[in-house]
Ligand binder design. Structure first.
Ligand code: GUN
Ligand code: ZN
Length: 436
């Protein structure tokens, strides 16, 4: 049986990167628009007059006259097992991992605990308007199984994978090169392409993998070229020094991953803060993605992402935006965009609001190569939507009193002052999964 419904409001979707085509040509805005949804996919987008006339008279319509209707937000780097690591005090990366993260992640071996954490996590993403995320599980296959099972049940478009790590952590968090390969392959074959679930091969980072394990990760990448690869790169100075010590033959941190064939257009590298020119050139040449995680980089004291340097037209590196919970301090992509703006301010760079909302939607979808399905409100696309209210709090409503119809200004208020309170509704594959 076909189900048809519609979401009506101030519809905003991106067509292209404002940094490349300018603000005007970058987006489409309908002051009174409708997104028509049939069987979980977008059937039509247009002015309310036009689209409503084409729908059966009894079509249910969710009407949000004052709110913005956008594609669901996309988070390209987040750790679901770290929901009780977030807000852990006083350490930089390597100590933070040992003292907090590796302790908490060991608990995910228990399938019941993993299932409870996955349930909390997906609820929290939807409350924040995030409908797609690229997710680190733990080393335990149980954690991956729990995550995909819950995500599949909710019909959410998620990318996730088992962390591979065979050194540098407590025994309860280690696999071996052989086991990491076998378990990853089994999980990939079990979940990649099942419903909306997709797999990311996930060696944690160079420091927690032996050469044999990175070799095995490279083999997986070659054998499954339609899967993603995620890891961490050049986040913290002590981490970089240790990586160079463990791989003395490498010319740089990036060179370690390069030698094992881990660079490429489906490879996502978290952080990328302290990269040299040779590294940037290789990331650019291979189409690899640098993932900007501003709340994490500030909270763990890692450093300031250099967007302008990464995107230098002479050898541009593809860039995406992410929360990196639990190093990151918020599940909200709005808060994340606000912190990105501040990081770039410290670099004397800009992040216009349109560019930030492009990144959270179409930009991140493009970084994942999923822009044929998500990240924009277009007929045929999957109906993942978020409804945002720029007057959600007294401070926001007060500030909005001085905004007179300027969309970019409204978006800037939303990203600077907004968080989960600004999310009025979230739709996943056409179903309302959160309402406030
Ligand atoms: N590097 C390796 N593992 C992690 C992690 O869990 N969080 C962050 N922020 N960096 C990492
Ligand atoms: Zn991370």
């Amino acid at each position: 049986m076909t189900t048809i419904r519609a979401v009506r409001g101030r519809v905003l979707t991106f067509l292209d990167d404002p940094a490349l085509v300018g603000p005007k040509a970058s987006h489409r805005y309908l002051a009174d628009g409708v997104v028509a949804i049939r069987d979980g996919r977008i059937a039509a987008v247009g002015s309310a007059d036009e689209v409503l006339a084409t729908l059966p008279a009894d079509t249910p319509v969710d009407h949000h006259p004052d709110h913005l209707v956008l594609p669901g937000l996309i988070d390209t780097h987040i750790h679901y097992p770290q929901s009780r690591v977030i807000a852990s005090y006083g350490a930089q990366l390597l100590e933070w991992l040992q003292k907090y993260t590796f302790v908490e992640e060991q608990k995910l071996k228990d399938p019941a605990h993993a299932a409870a954490v996955a349930t909390f996590f997906l609820d929290e993403l939807f409350r924040n308007g995030t409908t797609t995320a690229v997710v680190y599980c733990t080393v335990h296959p149980e954690s991956v199984e729990a995550f995909f099972a819950e995500s599949h049940r909710r019909n959410a478009r998620m990318i996730a994978g088992k962390v591979m790590m065979d050194r540098g952590a407590p025994a309860g968090l280690l696999d071996t090169a052989e086991r990491g390969y076998r378990e990853s392959k089994e999980l990939l074959q079990r979940w990649h392409g099942i419903g909306r679930q997709l797999y990311a091969i996930t060696p944690r980072f160079a420091i927690t993998s032996t050469e044999a394990q990175l070799e095995a990760a490279g083999a997986l990448v070659r054998e499954h070229s339609d899967a993603w690869l995620q890891t961490h790169l050049s986040e913290n100075l002590a981490e970089i020094a240790l990586a160079k010590e463990l791989f003395p033959w490498a010319r740089s941190y990036t060179d370690i991953y390069d030698r094992y064939g881990l660079l490429g257009p489906r490879s996502l590298f978290g952080h990328c803060i302290h990269l040299g020119e040779d590294e940037l050139a290789r990331l650019s040449a291979t189409g690899s993605v640098a993932v900007f995680c501003p709340t994490s980089n500030l909270f763990i004291g890692s450093g300031l992402f250099d967007m302008a340097k990464l995107r230098d037209a002479a050898r541009p590196v593809r860039v995406s935006l992410a929360t990196d919970v639990g190093g990151g301090t918020s599940y909200s992509m709005l808060r994340t965009a606000a912190e990105a703006y501040k990081v770039l301010q410290l670099r004397r760079q800009n992040l216009p609001a349109l560019d930030a909302f492009y990144l959270m939607t179409l930009g991140n979808a493009r970084a994942l190569g999923l822009d044929d399905r998500i990240g924009a409100l277009r007929p045929g696309h999957e109906a993942d939507l978020v409804v945002l209210d720029a007057r959600a709090t007294p401070a926001m409503a007060h500030r909005m009193e001085s905004v007179r119809g300027d969309l970019a200004e409204e978006l800037f208020v939303l990203m600077t002052l907004g968080d989960d309170r600004a999310v009025r509704a979230t739709y996943v594959a056409g179903e309302k999964v959160h309402a406030a």
